[in-house]
Ligand binder design. Structure first.
Ligand code: AMP
Length: 433
């Protein structure tokens, strides 16, 4: 027996079907907004994350899976996918013809050495988008709406969208100065993490979850008092537009996000299940001013966000947002006698090539046990072929719901099946033409 690596989890059987459903839906939504898929490597040079995710982020300081490869290069299993996506745009010269924006979406695993708990894994999957070459706050709005609408299409109701603006460089410099002044009076009584944050990334003190620190945070300087004219205007445009489009949001001036590259608007999608379960944010992201340049691209801005697939699936399970129909198979083929295996096998291949899901009994079994198997596989129809049928090129087709059985010529089978399955097309997702 081998244990699974701590903080990882198997996604198999029905669970895997749910992951695929969620991922496919998100991908389709991204496509409708004009985003294209990017598949970048899981391994990147460690330097990429030091530069982008940021040396003061928890991710880079404590959570990366970093190792020297046999060529003595420092490699990191990606803790997030934004950096690699932008790197690919730079390396592949997508910025060369300045046809902006470049719109990318991605799905895949990330690795962070975090303390495992509900909704928090060491290997987890994200779906995300990046829109690069952003010149107006409307791109930020488009990204926020994409995420919001995708969650609605997955079936979530009452999503809480929290937004904040981190302003521009000047805003943050002035604000950090004010925070330093304020917290210098309290830092000695704050938690160890906050003591560290005070020196490394003071903004992160604002989202500390320790009770005593939350109290101290209540009276801290507020970022909105430090916005420049432009930062304030952009944030106003975004808020107005969300209101006009019926997207409810809350302003959370303590929302700073864990990665260093954000500037301008940042946002998170939150959801509490009907049983009151909350596994942390479903997803989040924001606008970035300097990331593209930092990774070697031109001086252009971008916006992006990522959802955690594990959390989406867990909450959808908790709130029964998956359609719980049992998985069925279209046809179960039963050879009566080993001598009829070959013809049954050929028929299975023919039907599979025509889009039907088919299983076939490949052992020598009596009819009773074969029906048992068909039932356990949730087959909709059974096909029985014995010696007479094989000789006459016919077969017995049995509807396993109504128990009706008809005899059908080989040549007519496809037309008959297409008719029968065509009739219930809406109820079950059969893609055969
Ligand atoms: P981040 O990349 O940290 O902004 O996270 C974006 C989303 O990814 C979060 O809102 C979560 O849904 C998900 N996520 C982040 N870290 C983890 C983790 N360790 N385990 C599961 N999901 C995670």
């Amino acid at each position: 027996m081998f244990n699974i690596v701590k903080g990882t989890h198997d996604v198999i059987l029905n669970e895997a079907t749910k992951y695929t459903y969620v991922e496919n839906l998100l991908e389709r939504v991204a496509e409708t907004y004009g985003f294209k898929e990017f598949r970048t490597p899981i391994m990147e040079y460690s330097e990429l994350f030091l530069r982008s995710t940021g040396e003061s982020s928890d991710i880079v300081r404590k959570e990366m899976y970093t190792f020297q490869d046999k060529g003595d290069r420092s490699i990191t299993l990606r803790p997030e996918i934004t950096a690699g996506t932008i790197r690919s745009m730079v390396n592949e010269k997508l910025f060369a013809n300045q046809d902006y924006p470049i719109k990318a979406y991605y799905v895949g695993p990330n690795f962070r050495y975090e303390r495992p708990q509900q909704g928090r894994y060491r290997q987890f999957n994200q779906f995300g988008i990046e829109c690069v070459g952003v010149t107006s706050p409307f791109r930020d709005i488009e990204a926020i709406m994409l995420g919001y609408n995708a969650l609605k299409l997955l079936g979530f109701k009452n999503i809480t969208l929290q937004i904040n603006s981190l302003g521009d460089k000047q805003t943050r410099e002035d604000y950090q100065k004010a925070l330093r002044e304020y917290y210098s009076k309290y830092v000695d009584e704050m938690c160890d993490d906050c003591k560290e944050r005070f020196n490394i990334n003071i903004l992160r003190i604002l989202d500390c979850k320790v009770e005593h620190d939350i109290e101290i945070n209540k009276n801290s300087p507020k970022i909105e008092d430090y916005y420049s004219g432009e930062a304030r205007r952009d944030f106003e445009i975004i808020k107005d537009f969300l209101t006009d489009n019926g997207i409810p949001f809350e302003i959370n001036s303590n929302l700073v996000r864990g990665l260093d590259y954000y500037s301008g608007v940042v946002f998170e999608y939150r959801y509490t299940s009907s049983q009151g379960k909350d596994y942390g944010a479903l997803g989040g992201g924001g606008h970035y001013n300097n990331l593209v340049k930092e990774i070697g691209g031109p001086d252009i801005e971008g916006v992006g966000f990522a959802f955690g697939i594990e959390r989406l699936v867990k909450l959808m399970e908790d709130d029964s947002l998956f359609n719980n129909e049992e998985e069925t198979i279209d046809l179960y083929i039963m050879p009566i006698g080993m001598q009829n295996q070959k013809i049954c096998f050929e028929l299975a291949t023919f039907l599979r090539n025509n889009g039907y899901s088919v299983d076939i009994c490949l052992e020598n079994k009596a009819i009773g046990p074969m029906f048992k198997k068909a039932e356990r596989r949730n087959a909709l129809y059974a096909i029985l072929i014995g010696d007479d049928e094989a000789k006459n090129k016919t077969l017995n087709l049995k509807n396993l719901t109504s128990q009706e059985q008809i005899t059908v010529k080989f040549d007519d089978l496809l037309t008959i099946l297409d008719d029968m399955f065509g009739e219930c097309e809406d109820e079950h997702d059969h893609h055969h033409e």
